[in-house]
Design a binder for this molecule. Structure first.
Ligand SMILES: [Ca+2]
Length: 428
Protein backbone atom coordinates (compact mmCIF):
# COMPACT_ATOMS: atom_id res chain seq x y z
CA UNK A 1 0.00 0.00 0.00
CA UNK A 2 1.61 3.23 -1.07
CA UNK A 3 -0.34 5.32 1.43
CA UNK A 4 0.82 3.18 4.32
CA UNK A 5 2.75 4.40 7.32
CA UNK A 6 6.06 4.15 5.51
CA UNK A 7 6.11 7.30 3.45
CA UNK A 8 8.25 9.82 5.22
CA UNK A 9 11.86 9.57 4.19
CA UNK A 10 14.08 12.60 3.93
CA UNK A 11 17.59 12.82 2.55
CA UNK A 12 19.52 16.01 2.04
CA UNK A 13 22.19 15.92 -0.61
CA UNK A 14 23.67 18.95 -2.23
CA UNK A 15 22.62 19.15 -5.83
CA UNK A 16 24.97 19.81 -8.65
CA UNK A 17 23.42 22.79 -10.41
CA UNK A 18 23.04 21.94 -14.08
CA UNK A 19 19.83 23.76 -14.42
CA UNK A 20 19.19 26.72 -16.58
CA UNK A 21 17.36 29.84 -15.45
CA UNK A 22 14.57 30.48 -17.87
CA UNK A 23 12.57 33.49 -16.88
CA UNK A 24 10.96 35.04 -13.92
CA UNK A 25 7.35 35.32 -14.95
CA UNK A 26 5.75 34.09 -18.15
CA UNK A 27 2.24 33.21 -17.07
CA UNK A 28 -0.96 35.06 -17.82
CA UNK A 29 -2.20 37.19 -14.95
CA UNK A 30 -5.07 34.87 -14.08
CA UNK A 31 -2.63 31.99 -13.68
CA UNK A 32 -0.34 33.80 -11.28
CA UNK A 33 -2.04 32.39 -8.19
CA UNK A 34 -1.49 28.78 -9.31
CA UNK A 35 1.09 26.81 -7.38
CA UNK A 36 4.55 27.43 -8.87
CA UNK A 37 3.44 30.28 -11.16
CA UNK A 38 4.20 33.97 -10.89
CA UNK A 39 7.50 33.07 -9.19
CA UNK A 40 11.03 32.48 -10.44
CA UNK A 41 11.29 29.16 -12.21
CA UNK A 42 13.74 27.01 -14.13
CA UNK A 43 13.73 24.12 -16.57
CA UNK A 44 15.37 20.83 -15.70
CA UNK A 45 18.00 19.07 -17.78
CA UNK A 46 16.58 17.30 -20.81
CA UNK A 47 17.89 14.58 -23.13
CA UNK A 48 16.43 12.73 -26.10
CA UNK A 49 15.51 9.12 -25.33
CA UNK A 50 16.39 7.12 -22.24
CA UNK A 51 19.70 7.80 -20.52
CA UNK A 52 22.14 4.89 -20.38
CA UNK A 53 21.37 2.95 -17.20
CA UNK A 54 24.76 3.15 -15.48
CA UNK A 55 25.18 6.85 -16.25
CA UNK A 56 21.60 7.54 -15.23
CA UNK A 57 22.12 6.00 -11.82
CA UNK A 58 25.46 7.68 -11.22
CA UNK A 59 24.60 11.13 -12.53
CA UNK A 60 20.94 11.50 -11.63
CA UNK A 61 19.72 8.95 -9.10
CA UNK A 62 22.71 9.03 -6.76
CA UNK A 63 22.88 12.84 -6.94
CA UNK A 64 19.09 13.37 -6.73
CA UNK A 65 18.99 15.33 -9.99
CA UNK A 66 15.77 15.36 -12.04
CA UNK A 67 15.92 14.55 -15.75
CA UNK A 68 13.43 14.84 -18.60
CA UNK A 69 13.81 12.16 -21.29
CA UNK A 70 11.90 13.11 -24.44
CA UNK A 71 10.35 10.55 -26.78
CA UNK A 72 11.80 7.76 -24.66
CA UNK A 73 8.82 5.40 -24.89
CA UNK A 74 7.59 6.03 -28.43
CA UNK A 75 8.54 2.47 -29.39
CA UNK A 76 6.67 0.93 -26.43
CA UNK A 77 3.50 -0.95 -27.37
CA UNK A 78 1.58 1.12 -24.82
CA UNK A 79 2.42 4.28 -26.77
CA UNK A 80 1.16 3.02 -30.13
CA UNK A 81 -1.65 0.69 -29.03
CA UNK A 82 -3.38 2.16 -25.99
CA UNK A 83 -6.48 3.68 -27.59
CA UNK A 84 -9.77 3.04 -25.81
CA UNK A 85 -10.88 0.46 -28.37
CA UNK A 86 -7.73 -1.59 -27.85
CA UNK A 87 -7.96 -1.30 -24.06
CA UNK A 88 -11.58 -2.39 -24.21
CA UNK A 89 -10.83 -5.35 -26.46
CA UNK A 90 -8.10 -6.45 -24.06
CA UNK A 91 -10.56 -6.53 -21.16
CA UNK A 92 -12.72 -8.92 -23.18
CA UNK A 93 -9.84 -11.29 -23.83
CA UNK A 94 -8.75 -11.22 -20.22
CA UNK A 95 -9.87 -14.15 -18.07
CA UNK A 96 -9.82 -11.93 -15.01
CA UNK A 97 -11.25 -8.45 -15.48
CA UNK A 98 -9.04 -6.63 -13.01
CA UNK A 99 -10.66 -4.49 -10.33
CA UNK A 100 -9.05 -1.08 -10.18
CA UNK A 101 -8.98 1.77 -7.69
CA UNK A 102 -10.52 5.02 -8.91
CA UNK A 103 -10.36 8.47 -7.33
CA UNK A 104 -13.59 10.39 -7.75
CA UNK A 105 -12.47 14.03 -7.83
CA UNK A 106 -9.92 15.39 -10.26
CA UNK A 107 -8.61 17.95 -7.79
CA UNK A 108 -6.93 15.71 -5.24
CA UNK A 109 -7.68 16.35 -1.58
CA UNK A 110 -6.78 12.95 -0.05
CA UNK A 111 -10.20 12.80 1.61
CA UNK A 112 -12.21 12.14 -1.52
CA UNK A 113 -14.12 8.93 -1.99
CA UNK A 114 -12.15 6.14 -3.61
CA UNK A 115 -14.01 3.46 -5.58
CA UNK A 116 -13.20 -0.01 -6.75
CA UNK A 117 -14.53 -1.01 -10.15
CA UNK A 118 -13.85 -3.21 -13.15
CA UNK A 119 -11.40 -1.68 -15.59
CA UNK A 120 -13.98 -2.28 -18.35
CA UNK A 121 -16.56 -0.22 -16.46
CA UNK A 122 -14.07 2.60 -15.91
CA UNK A 123 -13.42 2.68 -19.68
CA UNK A 124 -17.09 3.18 -20.38
CA UNK A 125 -17.64 6.05 -17.97
CA UNK A 126 -14.40 7.94 -17.40
CA UNK A 127 -15.05 10.54 -20.10
CA UNK A 128 -18.25 11.72 -18.49
CA UNK A 129 -17.03 11.73 -14.88
CA UNK A 130 -14.28 13.05 -12.66
CA UNK A 131 -13.00 9.48 -12.30
CA UNK A 132 -9.26 9.02 -12.15
CA UNK A 133 -7.73 5.55 -12.24
CA UNK A 134 -4.81 5.30 -9.82
CA UNK A 135 -3.82 1.66 -9.77
CA UNK A 136 -1.06 -0.69 -10.83
CA UNK A 137 -1.15 -1.57 -14.53
CA UNK A 138 -3.79 -4.32 -15.03
CA UNK A 139 -2.34 -7.78 -15.63
CA UNK A 140 -3.49 -7.98 -19.25
CA UNK A 141 -1.74 -4.71 -20.17
CA UNK A 142 1.61 -5.24 -18.46
CA UNK A 143 3.25 -6.77 -21.52
CA UNK A 144 2.64 -3.48 -23.38
CA UNK A 145 4.79 -1.39 -21.05
CA UNK A 146 8.52 -1.52 -21.73
CA UNK A 147 10.54 -1.44 -18.53
CA UNK A 148 12.44 1.90 -18.56
CA UNK A 149 15.86 1.41 -20.16
CA UNK A 150 17.50 3.75 -17.67
CA UNK A 151 16.85 1.35 -14.79
CA UNK A 152 17.42 -1.94 -16.61
CA UNK A 153 19.86 -3.27 -14.00
CA UNK A 154 19.39 -6.84 -12.87
CA UNK A 155 20.21 -6.01 -9.27
CA UNK A 156 17.66 -3.15 -9.14
CA UNK A 157 15.00 -5.22 -10.90
CA UNK A 158 15.44 -8.13 -8.51
CA UNK A 159 15.62 -6.20 -5.23
CA UNK A 160 14.51 -2.60 -5.37
CA UNK A 161 11.19 -2.30 -7.21
CA UNK A 162 8.42 -0.92 -5.00
CA UNK A 163 5.32 -0.32 -7.10
CA UNK A 164 4.01 0.69 -10.54
CA UNK A 165 1.00 2.96 -11.01
CA UNK A 166 -1.15 3.69 -14.06
CA UNK A 167 -2.72 7.20 -13.97
CA UNK A 168 -5.68 7.41 -16.38
CA UNK A 169 -8.33 10.12 -16.76
CA UNK A 170 -9.97 12.41 -19.28
CA UNK A 171 -7.58 15.17 -18.17
CA UNK A 172 -7.76 18.12 -15.81
CA UNK A 173 -6.43 16.31 -12.74
CA UNK A 174 -4.50 18.32 -10.14
CA UNK A 175 -2.48 16.60 -7.46
CA UNK A 176 -1.63 18.02 -4.07
CA UNK A 177 1.90 19.28 -3.38
CA UNK A 178 3.69 16.23 -2.00
CA UNK A 179 6.82 14.13 -1.73
CA UNK A 180 7.35 10.42 -2.31
CA UNK A 181 9.69 8.29 -0.26
CA UNK A 182 10.97 6.56 -3.40
CA UNK A 183 12.69 7.31 -6.71
CA UNK A 184 10.31 7.64 -9.63
CA UNK A 185 10.29 7.43 -13.44
CA UNK A 186 6.98 8.49 -14.93
CA UNK A 187 6.20 8.13 -18.66
CA UNK A 188 3.24 9.67 -20.47
CA UNK A 189 1.48 7.53 -23.09
CA UNK A 190 -1.44 9.82 -23.91
CA UNK A 191 -2.06 13.56 -23.43
CA UNK A 192 0.18 15.99 -21.53
CA UNK A 193 1.28 16.43 -17.95
CA UNK A 194 2.96 19.33 -16.18
CA UNK A 195 5.08 18.98 -13.07
CA UNK A 196 5.97 21.79 -10.70
CA UNK A 197 9.00 20.66 -8.72
CA UNK A 198 10.98 22.05 -5.80
CA UNK A 199 14.49 21.01 -4.81
CA UNK A 200 14.25 19.85 -1.16
CA UNK A 201 17.97 20.29 -0.57
CA UNK A 202 17.46 24.04 -1.06
CA UNK A 203 13.89 24.67 0.07
CA UNK A 204 12.66 21.85 2.27
CA UNK A 205 12.27 24.23 5.21
CA UNK A 206 10.22 26.77 3.23
CA UNK A 207 7.57 24.31 2.05
CA UNK A 208 5.21 23.59 4.89
CA UNK A 209 4.12 19.95 4.55
CA UNK A 210 1.37 20.54 7.07
CA UNK A 211 0.05 17.02 6.47
CA UNK A 212 3.15 15.00 7.33
CA UNK A 213 0.94 11.94 7.87
CA UNK A 214 0.65 11.80 4.08
CA UNK A 215 3.77 13.82 3.23
CA UNK A 216 1.76 16.55 1.55
CA UNK A 217 0.81 20.22 1.90
CA UNK A 218 -2.73 21.46 2.32
CA UNK A 219 -2.06 24.48 0.10
CA UNK A 220 -4.75 25.17 -2.53
CA UNK A 221 -2.85 24.55 -5.78
CA UNK A 222 -5.19 26.84 -7.76
CA UNK A 223 -5.03 29.73 -5.36
CA UNK A 224 -1.93 29.81 -3.20
CA UNK A 225 -2.41 31.80 0.00
CA UNK A 226 1.04 33.24 0.61
CA UNK A 227 0.01 34.57 4.01
CA UNK A 228 -0.60 30.99 5.18
CA UNK A 229 2.37 29.58 3.23
CA UNK A 230 4.86 32.48 3.21
CA UNK A 231 7.76 30.15 2.41
CA UNK A 232 6.26 29.46 -1.02
CA UNK A 233 6.79 33.12 -1.99
CA UNK A 234 10.52 32.92 -1.34
CA UNK A 235 11.57 29.92 -3.39
CA UNK A 236 12.36 28.86 -6.95
CA UNK A 237 10.41 26.27 -8.90
CA UNK A 238 11.08 23.93 -11.78
CA UNK A 239 8.49 23.60 -14.52
CA UNK A 240 8.41 20.39 -16.58
CA UNK A 241 6.00 19.73 -19.46
CA UNK A 242 5.66 16.16 -20.71
CA UNK A 243 3.93 15.12 -23.93
CA UNK A 244 2.99 11.58 -24.96
CA UNK A 245 6.18 9.54 -25.25
CA UNK A 246 8.18 11.61 -22.74
CA UNK A 247 9.45 10.44 -19.35
CA UNK A 248 10.60 12.23 -16.21
CA UNK A 249 12.84 11.16 -13.37
CA UNK A 250 11.56 12.59 -10.08
CA UNK A 251 14.24 12.05 -7.42
CA UNK A 252 13.48 10.72 -3.98
CA UNK A 253 11.81 13.37 -1.77
CA UNK A 254 11.67 16.06 -4.42
CA UNK A 255 8.59 18.16 -3.74
CA UNK A 256 6.17 18.10 -6.68
CA UNK A 257 2.69 18.85 -7.92
CA UNK A 258 1.17 17.38 -11.09
CA UNK A 259 -1.52 18.45 -13.56
CA UNK A 260 -2.82 16.49 -16.53
CA UNK A 261 -4.31 17.78 -19.77
CA UNK A 262 -6.45 16.07 -22.40
CA UNK A 263 -7.29 12.39 -22.39
CA UNK A 264 -4.44 11.18 -20.30
CA UNK A 265 -2.51 8.01 -19.47
CA UNK A 266 0.81 7.78 -17.65
CA UNK A 267 2.63 4.93 -15.93
CA UNK A 268 5.23 5.38 -13.25
CA UNK A 269 7.65 3.05 -11.54
CA UNK A 270 8.77 3.58 -7.97
CA UNK A 271 11.93 2.02 -6.61
CA UNK A 272 13.75 2.03 -3.30
CA UNK A 273 16.22 4.91 -3.24
CA UNK A 274 18.23 3.77 -0.24
CA UNK A 275 18.86 0.24 -1.45
CA UNK A 276 19.56 1.35 -5.03
CA UNK A 277 22.46 3.44 -3.69
CA UNK A 278 24.32 0.17 -3.09
CA UNK A 279 23.32 -1.62 -6.24
CA UNK A 280 25.75 -3.48 -8.48
CA UNK A 281 26.24 -1.18 -11.47
CA UNK A 282 27.84 -3.98 -13.47
CA UNK A 283 24.38 -5.56 -13.56
CA UNK A 284 23.04 -2.67 -15.68
CA UNK A 285 22.57 -3.37 -19.38
CA UNK A 286 24.49 -1.17 -21.77
CA UNK A 287 22.02 -2.15 -24.47
CA UNK A 288 18.36 -1.67 -23.60
CA UNK A 289 16.10 -4.70 -23.95
CA UNK A 290 12.85 -3.40 -25.53
CA UNK A 291 11.17 -6.73 -24.83
CA UNK A 292 11.60 -6.46 -21.08
CA UNK A 293 8.14 -5.40 -19.92
CA UNK A 294 6.26 -4.95 -16.66
CA UNK A 295 4.97 -8.50 -17.08
CA UNK A 296 8.44 -9.84 -16.35
CA UNK A 297 9.33 -7.90 -13.23
CA UNK A 298 8.17 -8.12 -9.62
CA UNK A 299 7.29 -5.27 -7.29
CA UNK A 300 7.75 -5.66 -3.55
CA UNK A 301 5.47 -2.91 -2.22
CA UNK A 302 6.21 -0.20 0.32
CA UNK A 303 6.70 -2.56 3.26
CA UNK A 304 10.37 -3.19 2.41
CA UNK A 305 11.27 0.49 2.55
CA UNK A 306 12.11 0.57 6.24
CA UNK A 307 14.68 -2.17 5.71
CA UNK A 308 17.47 0.39 6.08
CA UNK A 309 18.14 2.44 9.20
CA UNK A 310 18.75 5.53 7.05
CA UNK A 311 15.18 5.22 5.75
CA UNK A 312 13.82 4.82 9.27
CA UNK A 313 15.67 7.92 10.45
CA UNK A 314 14.42 9.89 7.43
CA UNK A 315 10.87 8.81 8.15
CA UNK A 316 10.92 9.95 11.76
CA UNK A 317 12.65 13.24 10.84
CA UNK A 318 9.84 13.81 8.34
CA UNK A 319 7.35 13.68 11.19
CA UNK A 320 8.96 16.66 12.91
CA UNK A 321 7.94 18.93 10.00
CA UNK A 322 9.27 22.45 9.52
CA UNK A 323 8.86 23.15 13.23
CA UNK A 324 11.49 20.45 13.83
CA UNK A 325 9.70 19.03 16.84
CA UNK A 326 6.62 17.08 17.80
CA UNK A 327 4.67 16.14 20.91
CA UNK A 328 3.40 12.64 21.48
CA UNK A 329 -0.22 13.16 20.42
CA UNK A 330 0.80 14.48 17.03
CA UNK A 331 3.47 11.78 16.65
CA UNK A 332 0.89 9.07 17.36
CA UNK A 333 -1.53 10.47 14.83
CA UNK A 334 1.16 10.85 12.19
CA UNK A 335 2.40 7.29 12.52
CA UNK A 336 -1.05 5.76 12.39
CA UNK A 337 -2.40 8.37 9.95
CA UNK A 338 -5.45 7.28 7.97
CA UNK A 339 -5.15 3.81 9.48
CA UNK A 340 -6.70 5.08 12.72
CA UNK A 341 -10.14 4.75 11.18
CA UNK A 342 -9.65 0.98 10.95
CA UNK A 343 -8.95 0.55 14.66
CA UNK A 344 -11.24 -0.02 17.62
CA UNK A 345 -10.38 1.51 20.98
CA UNK A 346 -8.70 -1.66 22.30
CA UNK A 347 -6.42 -1.76 19.27
CA UNK A 348 -5.68 1.96 19.61
CA UNK A 349 -4.69 1.33 23.21
CA UNK A 350 -2.30 -1.46 22.14
CA UNK A 351 -0.71 0.72 19.50
CA UNK A 352 -0.45 3.51 22.02
CA UNK A 353 1.68 1.59 24.50
CA UNK A 354 4.01 0.37 21.72
CA UNK A 355 4.35 3.83 20.23
CA UNK A 356 4.76 5.63 23.51
CA UNK A 357 7.72 3.42 24.34
CA UNK A 358 9.32 4.38 21.04
CA UNK A 359 8.57 8.09 21.54
CA UNK A 360 9.99 7.96 25.05
CA UNK A 361 13.17 6.34 23.77
CA UNK A 362 13.72 9.27 21.40
CA UNK A 363 12.64 11.91 23.96
CA UNK A 364 15.97 11.90 25.76
CA UNK A 365 15.25 14.74 28.22
CA UNK A 366 11.74 13.37 28.88
CA UNK A 367 9.99 16.70 28.40
CA UNK A 368 7.25 15.25 26.19
CA UNK A 369 8.69 16.73 22.98
CA UNK A 370 10.99 15.07 20.48
CA UNK A 371 13.15 17.53 18.57
CA UNK A 372 15.81 17.36 15.86
CA UNK A 373 18.70 17.55 18.32
CA UNK A 374 17.39 14.48 20.11
CA UNK A 375 17.08 12.58 16.83
CA UNK A 376 20.68 13.48 16.04
CA UNK A 377 21.75 11.96 19.38
CA UNK A 378 19.91 8.66 18.79
CA UNK A 379 22.26 5.70 18.30
CA UNK A 380 22.06 2.89 15.73
CA UNK A 381 20.82 0.72 18.56
CA UNK A 382 17.94 3.20 19.14
CA UNK A 383 17.12 3.26 15.44
CA UNK A 384 17.02 -0.54 15.32
CA UNK A 385 14.42 -0.46 18.09
CA UNK A 386 12.42 2.17 16.20
CA UNK A 387 12.64 0.08 13.05
CA UNK A 388 11.43 -2.96 14.94
CA UNK A 389 8.47 -1.00 16.35
CA UNK A 390 7.51 0.36 12.93
CA UNK A 391 7.60 -3.15 11.47
CA UNK A 392 5.49 -4.41 14.35
CA UNK A 393 2.94 -1.63 13.83
CA UNK A 394 2.85 -2.27 10.11
CA UNK A 395 2.18 -5.97 10.69
CA UNK A 396 -0.58 -5.15 13.16
CA UNK A 397 -2.16 -2.74 10.70
CA UNK A 398 -1.98 -5.28 7.87
CA UNK A 399 -3.87 -7.71 10.09
CA UNK A 400 -6.48 -5.11 10.99
CA UNK A 401 -6.98 -3.98 7.39
CA UNK A 402 -7.65 -7.57 6.36
CA UNK A 403 -10.64 -7.64 8.69
CA UNK A 404 -12.17 -4.46 7.33
CA UNK A 405 -14.58 -4.78 4.46
CA UNK A 406 -16.32 -1.47 4.56
CA UNK A 407 -15.62 1.72 6.35
CA UNK A 408 -17.47 4.92 6.97
CA UNK A 409 -17.96 7.53 9.65
CA UNK A 410 -14.44 9.02 9.57
CA UNK A 411 -15.52 12.04 11.59
CA UNK A 412 -16.99 9.96 14.39
CA UNK A 413 -13.75 8.05 14.56
CA UNK A 414 -11.79 11.29 14.81
CA UNK A 415 -13.96 12.04 17.83
CA UNK A 416 -13.17 8.59 19.25
CA UNK A 417 -9.48 9.31 18.93
CA UNK A 418 -9.83 12.69 20.59
CA UNK A 419 -11.80 11.08 23.41
CA UNK A 420 -9.12 8.46 23.74
CA UNK A 421 -6.44 11.09 24.20
CA UNK A 422 -8.55 13.15 26.57
CA UNK A 423 -9.25 10.12 28.71
CA UNK A 424 -5.76 8.68 28.72
CA UNK A 425 -3.67 11.84 28.85
CA UNK A 426 -3.09 11.41 32.55
CA UNK A 427 -1.75 7.91 32.02
CA UNK A 428 0.72 9.23 29.43
CA1 LIG B 1 12.65 16.11 24.51
Amino acid sequence: MYNSVLTYLFLCLTLFELLEIVSTIDSPADESTKFGYGKPHHLIEEIHGFADAKQFLQNYVFTLTPLKMTKAVTSSRAYSLWGDDYLDSMTQHSPDNDKITVETIKKENRREEVLEMDFSKFLKIYNGTEYYMVNSVPSFLRKDVTFPCSIQCEDLIRNDLVEDVMWFSSGGTKSVVHTDSVDNIICVYRGEKTFIMIDPSLYKDQVDMDHPEGAYSGVDVDNVDYTVYPGLAEIEYYHVNLSAGDCLFIPYKWIHQVRSYNSNIAVNIWWNHHSSLNLDLTSCTSECDPDLTLEEVQFHGFGDLIGSLAAVRDQIEGFLGIRKKTDYTRFFQLILGGELQFLDSAEIKDMNSTLFEMFDLLDRDKNGIVNMEELKMATDEDWKKVQHTLQEIDNLLDGVEGEVEELDGGEELDDDINDFFTNTRDEL
